[in-house]
Design a protein around this ligand. Structure first.
Ligand SMILES: Cc1cc2nc3c(=O)[nH]c(=O)nc-3n(C[C@H](O)[C@H](O)[C@H](O)COP(=O)(O)OP(=O)(O)OC[C@H]3O[C@@H](n4cnc5c(N)ncnc54)[C@H](O)[C@@H]3O)c2cc1C
Length: 409
């Protein structure tokens, strides 16, 4: 028996291996990891780790877990899939045969073709190595009195901006759209985060894309030029303009690609011996049927659990509700559900004990709830949206509180 090979030892790859064992799968499980060390979690890289530098706390499980669970970590890079032979060619080691292959290669940072983008001083934030480089660059920028220029006002850019401000670094965030986190949150939530970041002293530039990295005589980054000619000087430039799914292995092997490795409602690809998960794959959203690709711990982990159950002989379609969080200074943003298709109404509710919730509707259906510093409302939203929805009348009968509605049963 060749067993299961998992390509990518990140959040989803790790979870797939662990869940296979939890579901009672007894065959060999091999996890191919191109990054050094043990599988680790990425969210703290732009949050706690940037502050405390405690890499040991990032590991998803201690080393002993893999030995006791019979999960073999193969530190190598998968370089090709030979589907007919059912094997994965590695960069260094001997090919790995599989009965089933799980593709969990994640995504990589997008790198727009800006002049100067390869200059020293231009950093990204995806891996532990990236975060380590930032932990060196940030205090150096503070020491030199230099500004950090963040290209991209999405979650990672804003989390970094908040940490950099707390460290005493001047920060400008350059966002080509007219508002923050525009792809993921309502205009109401964007506006409140804008005000919060401004109150932290983060400078924000909207509506004009970055056009080039400015460099000094030695070729080091010294700032960012915008398309309208504005120059923002700063010796630390963080590129945070989103990611691209790692589809190349799958694509070269002839698997179907659709903004990610195309998977069906059970996370199976166009080859019945290959599943895909996490940031790298697109799949039909259980609510709408529309093909989506999600970049979240929740999606990667729940995909992994669904695949493991199928391989253990208990298949069921993927039905998990998407949820997400982001920590920016003392604001914890939590999102349950996906944004409505079209511009549905968004209603803001300031909560009596602080924090706020934004209810986003698609017609008569509550589809997404954004909360800040309101964990009870978030948990209630997850419960109610998973259980099939919330009517306006029921919500109004509980003063707009999802927590009270959930409690009332
Ligand atoms: C800084 C940062 C902060 C984040 N914060 C949050 C957050 O607050 N909340 C949230 O929900 N999500 C957050 N995310 C997103 C979340 O971490 C990802 O959605 C999640 O890790 C995706 O899991 P994955 O298994 O698909 O990919 P990854 O966890 O990225 O794992 C993929 C792994 O596959 C490896 N790989 C790729 N190709 C190969 C190959 N050919 N051979 C071998 N190995 C390969 C990669 O090196 C990588 O280690 C954050 C991400 C980052 C970068």
């Amino acid at each position: 028996m060749a067993g299961v090979v998992i390509v990518g030892g990140g959040q989803g790859g790790f979870q797939a291996a662990a869940s296979l064992r939890q579901e009672g799968y007894e065959g060999p499980v091999r996890l191919v990891c191109e990054e050094p060390g043990l599988p680790y979690q990425r969210p703290p890289l732009s949050k706690a780790y940037l502050k405390d530098g405690d890499a040991a706390r990032l590991a998803l499980r201690p080393e002993a877990f893999y030995a006791t669970s019979g999960i073999e970590l193969v530190h190598d890079r998968a370089r090709a899939l030979r589907r007919e032979a059912r094997e994965v060619a590695l960069a260094r080691g001997a090919p790995l045969a599989y009965d089933h292959l799980i593709l969990a290669p994640g995504a990589r940072n997008a790198r727009p073709p800006l002049p100067g983008i390869d200059a020293p001083g231009v950093l990204g934030l995806r891996t532990l190595a990236d975060a380590q480089a930032l932990r060196t660059a940030l205090p150096a920028a503070v020491e030199a009195g230099a500004r950090a220029v963040v290209i991209g006002g999405g979650f990672i850019g804003l989390e970094f901006a908040a940490v950099a401000r707390a460290a005493g670094c001047a920060v400008t965030v350059v966002e080509a759209a007219e508002r923050l986190m525009a792809r993921a949150v309502s205009p109401e939530t964007s506006a409140r985060f804008r005000a919060r970041h401004e109150s932290l002293g983060v400078e924000l530039a909207f509506g004009v894309p970055a056009a080039a990295i400015l460099t000094d005589a030695a070729g080091r980054a010294r700032g960012v030029a915008l398309a309208d000619g504005t120059e923002i000087l700063g010796g630390l430039v963080l590129l945070a303009v989103g990611v691209r799914p790692n589809v190349e292995l799958a694509q070269e092997a002839g698997l179907e690609i659709a903004d990610g490795i195309a998977a069906d409602a059970g996370l199976l690809t166009s080859d019945p011996a290959i599943s895909a998960l996490g940031d790298a794959c697109s799949f039909p959203d259980p609510r709408t049927g529309a093909r989506v690709r999600l970049e979240s711990v929740q999606a990667a982990s729940d995909h992994a659990r669904t695949i493991a159950r199928r391989l253990a002989g208990r298949p069921e379609p993927y039905a998990a509700l998407p949820w997400f969080w982001s920590d920016q200074a003392d604001w914890k943003l939590q999102i349950a559900g996906l944004p409505p298709r079209g511009d549905g109404p968004a209603e803001v509710r300031d909560l009596p004990r602080g924090g706020f919730a934004v209810h986003r509707w698609e017609g008569a259906e509550l589809v997404c709830v954004e909360t800040v510093n309101a964990p009870a409302e978030h948990m209630a939203a997850r419960r109610l949206l998973s259980a099939g929805g919330v009517s306006r009348a029921a919500l109004e009968a509980h003063d707009g509180s999802l927590a009270r509605l959930a409690k009332a049963g």
